[in-house]
Design a protein around this ligand. Structure first.
Ligand SMILES: *Cc1c(COP(=O)(O)O)cnc(C)c1O
Length: 451
């Protein structure tokens, strides 16, 4: 190891606290220190190259150091990096809002900016709540799915259903009605029955509490952080129908699914639904800068109009709301979607992943493979028949990813689910290389790891 790397690791150990990380474990290992990027590769301080197989936590779209985005940010830097949207308008935030309204479902007409997925969800929840308050209705409850993930701020955690992350904070949270996620692999019955089971629970909850429910929030089609739970076909469309029937706002959190990951620009397009509120973050700037947007309908927006002393104003904002550098990066990314025909290029890659999953699913210890577009989960289990998982303390998923790292693939598991989410613009050659390493490691290294 080079002296420079050693120094950096020591400083990291001395000064940093990493997210979602048991720091005792961290302090006992030598982390990879990333210094640069090159297309779909990350490069560490030792000069090792790794395929960025989780797109730098699900946000990178076109790769790293993409000239057009780099230049757009540099150009914007020559004008201004940031100015506030509180009381002022700003060129790039206007241009981007027009584009976002044009590419999202057509009922979405207004863009409220913030800076992370969690804040985009906080904003959605607060808008839904105040929308009813402004009309004299007291609706302060939400419906969410079990094992859902919407970010780590208190409001987002309140609608989150991942026990491992969320249960410790329970006493701090507001009440939410949770219905079980439609997760066919862990359901005793067919996918159709699984879907119906959840839909019935949703309808029951809506029927019983409809005048106190402000919104139902859902990750459309795929629950990412739960381990790539892919919902049964039609679930989203029927959920939309139920929220309409009981006159409740539907919030779709497209923070993970947005910007091409499901095969279309947005997951909502696949089941042709229009949500009342949509949350966007992660891929919005192609993984360059922190920016988020919450989109709403004209009807919701109009419910906040009034004289200042009507107190209908939405009193919410962040210092970096609508940051100009972030908006410039987002605009360049959207141009690249068109120039490089990114969406049109996806089906060949999606098919290639599906081909490999067929082979992978027959390997030992592979309980279930799940794919929706470029989002893939491979669930490792102790017993394929009973679907019994390995003990948590065995850290099988983490060890498997470590084995792939030494072969030049950077992955991060969710417990024992290996999550594959490369930048969607990845070329077929690099994707194939990544899938070969994945197949080889599950076939040859996993049996030794589980011993
Ligand atoms: C990642 C994620 C979030 C949180 O986004 P941050 O930018 O990390 O706050 C919210 N919802 C979903 C579905 C996500 O995948």
């Amino acid at each position: 190891m080079h002296k420079k790397t050693e120094n950096l690791i020591n400083l990291d150990r001395q000064y940093l606290w990493h997210p979602f990380t048991q720091m005792k474990t961290w302090l006992a290992c030598d982390p990879v220190v990333i210094e640069s990027g090159d297309g779909f590769y990350l490069i560490d301080t030792e000069g090792n190259r790794y395929i960025d197989a989780i797109s730098s936590l699900w946000c990178n779209v076109h790769g790293h150091r993409v000239k057009k985005i780099d230049d757009a940010i540099k150009d914007q830097l020559d004008k201004i990096a940031h100015s506030t949207l509180l009381g002022l308008a700003q060129t790039k935030s206007i241009e981007l809002a027009e584009k976002l309204v044009a590419i999202t479902p057509k009922n979405l007409q207004k863009v409220f900016y913030s800076d992370s997925g969690a804040t985009s969800v906080e904003i959605a929840l607060k808008i839904a709540y105040q929308y009813y308050q402004n009309q004299g209705q007291k609706r302060n409850k939400f419906i969410a799915l079990g094992q859902s993930y919407h970010g780590d701020t208190i409001g987002s955690v309140s609608v989150g259903g991942i026990e491992l992350f969320h249960s410790i904070f329970k006493p701090m949270l507001f009440d939410t009605y949770f219905v079980p996620a439609p997760f066919p692999y862990r359901f005793d019955g067919t996918a159709e029955e699984c879907k119906k089971f959840t839909l019935d629970k949703i309808e029951e909850t809506l029927k019983k509490h409809s005048d106190s429910i402000a919104a139902l929030i859902v990750e459309p089609l795929v629950q990412g952080a739960a381990g790539i739970i892919v919902h049964p076909k039609g679930f989203l469309k029927e959920t939309r129908a139920l929220t309409k029937k009981y006159d409740t706002i539907l919030i779709t959190d497209e923070v993970a699914t947005g910007f091409g990951k499901t095969g279309k620009m947005f997951a909502c397009e696949i089941e042709q639904i229009e949500p009342d509120i949509m949350c966007l973050a992660k891929g919005i700037t192609a993984g360059y800068l922190p920016l988020a947007a919450t989109l709403t309908t004209q009807k919701i927006f109009d419910a906040f109009l009034g004289n200042p002393d009507d107190f209908k104003t939405f009193y919410h904002g962040h210092t970096y709301t609508g940051n100009a550098l972030g908006c410039a990066a987002a605009l360049a990314s959207l141009e690249l979607f068109e120039e490089n025909k990114i969406l049109e290029s996806l089906s060949a890659k999606i098919d290639l992943i599906a081909d490999y999953l067929k082979k992978i699913s027959s390997l030992n210890f592979v309980g279930n493979t799940r794919q929706r577009g470029m989002m893939t989960g491979i669930e490792i289990v102790k017993d394929k028949q009973t679907k019994k998982s390995f003990d948590y303390e065995k850290f099988i998923g983490a060890k498997l990813c470590a084995a792939m790292r030494s072969k030049g693939v950077m992955l991060r598991p969710l417990s024992d689910v290996i999550v594959l989410m490369p930048p969607i613009a990845i070329n077929l050659d690099t994707l194939k290389k990544l899938l070969d390493i994945l197949y080889d490691t599950i076939k040859n290294d996993l049996p030794k790891i589980v011993k």
